[in-house]
Design a protein around this ligand. Structure first.
Ligand code: HEC
Ligand code: HEC
Length: 353
């Protein structure tokens, strides 16, 4: 396999279009001259604001901290982050890109009932879910600064769904921390009327939300075919064993399986979710390059490789599968003579508790 050097890697990234990541201004004082909005192509999707719309003062600082933690989650407490990933790895363009589970759509979709834990979830609870499973960590407590900052960032990004490009940060209502953490899908949300007037929906299904499902294909997903796709389209960046690639101890290409990635409770370990993410986002910078069949096959290949244990496992894989995993998960099923989940990596692999 071709081994990447750092410079070829940067060239590769530039070619792949990865430079579109929404970079924060280095210095908040320079905001006025730094509008970092990527090219504003007209789309049917609500548009999140650019940095020129960052409110001044304490709330703006929360937004900026939330952004920084989102793109560089590794700098948060190792309690919260038990693997090598950053939120942005799965919510691309700093959580701004439609069809990549964008934060602006997410913010306007909570509180909502989730079958995953069988109760109504606030926005902060949904954030905790990604910490526990996608980040393989112990989630920050309710009301903690990390959750407030991330919620502030999401709320600010959602202003585009409420007021379009004419949104003026000076007029933005600044919710209390307690209100902020609940999410925007509620009668007493300060902007609900304006939101509905702009064509917003009370249903948690905004255009561009989550990852659009990849249609099922004539052939059922297949590991052997998926391995071929992986070797041809993915391993150059993600490594021959899905281990990712690091430069100076930081992943530039995130791991797909093994001890340092999402665990057996994460959304991405469901084959349909991985197929949807991959179809619209991978190979990097080439959305929709794969056929639907290739996306399903490679998703199955990834999601039958071992990874950190499901943190809900109390010692019995079969019971954990029965209680928490549907037919879109391979956890607890037999692949290559082994029950997946029976010898998984521990939670919080390399991090002190
Ligand atoms: C390994 C990939 C991965 C990582 C890393 C990840 N997430 Fe997620 N996230 C997902 C998936 C998959 C979903 C579910 C999307 C769906 O419903 O189809 C999701 C959903 C969400 C949602 C709800 C979206 C909605 O519309 O309901 C929020 C909010 C969220 N993640 C925030 C975060 C934050 C904050 C972090 C970092 C602390 C993070 N995620 C890290 C994969 C990831
Ligand atoms: C040109 C390099 C490159 C190629 C080729 C590539 N990826 Fe990625 N992949 C990335 C990068 C970089 C990210 C993180 C994206 C970000 O942070 O914006 C990523 C993220 C991911 C993620 C979510 C994060 C994680 O670690 O789980 C998955 C899943 C994934 N890629 C699967 C694939 C699959 C499957 C293929 C082949 C079809 C593929 N990638 C091809 C560079 C690449």
């Amino acid at each position: 396999m071709l081994k990447l050097t750092y410079s070829s890697l940067l060239v590769g990234l530039a070619l792949a279009g990865a430079s579109s990541v929404f970079a924060a201004p280095a210095d908040t004082d320079k905001l006025a001259v730094q509008d970092q909005l990527p090219s504003q192509t007209a789309t049917e999707y609500p548009r999140p604001p650019g940095w020129d719309k960052l409110p001044q003062g304490e709330f703006g600082e929360k937004v900026l901290r939330g952004y920084k933690n989102f793109v560089n989650t590794q700098t948060l407490s190792p309690q919260y982050v038990g693997n090598g990933l950053n939120c942005v790895n799965c919510h691309t363009d700093a959580g701004r890109k439609e069809n990549s589970a964008p934060l602006w759509a997410a913010y306007m979709s909570y509180p909502v009932f989730r079958a995953k834990n069988n109760r109504i979830n606030s926005f902060e609870e949904r954030l905790q879910g990604c910490f526990q499973f996608s980040m393989n960590g112990s989630p920050p407590d309710y009301g903690s600064e990390a959750l407030i900052d991330l919620s502030a960032y999401a709320y600010w990004l959602a202003q585009g769904t409420l007021t379009g490009k004419d949104f003026d940060p000076k007029d933005m209502e600044v919710p209390s921390d307690e209100d902020l953490l609940k999410g925007g899908l509620r009668e007493d949300f300060p902007f609900m009327k304006a939101y509905l007037d702009k064509g917003g929906s009370k249903e948690p299904a905004l255009p561009g939300r989550a990852y659009p499902e990849t249609p099922t294909t004539a052939l059922a997903p297949d590991i052997a075919r998926g391995k071929v796709v992986f070797e041809q389209e993915c391993s150059l960046c993600h490594g021959a064993n899905g281990e990712g690639q690091q430069v100076n101890n930081r992943y530039v290409f995130p791991p797909l399986w093994g001890p340092d990635t999402y665990n057996w409770g994460a959304g991405m370990q469901r084959v349909n979710t991985a197929a949807a993410f991959i179809k619209h986002n991978m190979p990097l910078g080439q959305p929709n390059k794969l056929t639907d069949q290739q996306a399903w096959d490679v998703a199955m290949y990834l999601d039958t490789r071992d990874r950190p244990q499901d943190p809900r496992n109390k010692g019995n894989v079969a019971e954990t599968r029965k209680e928490f995993h549907g037919k879109t998960s391979y956890y607890g099923t037999e692949v290559d003579g082994k029950i997946l989940g029976s010898e998984s990596f521990p939670n919080h692999p390399n991090k002190p508790k």
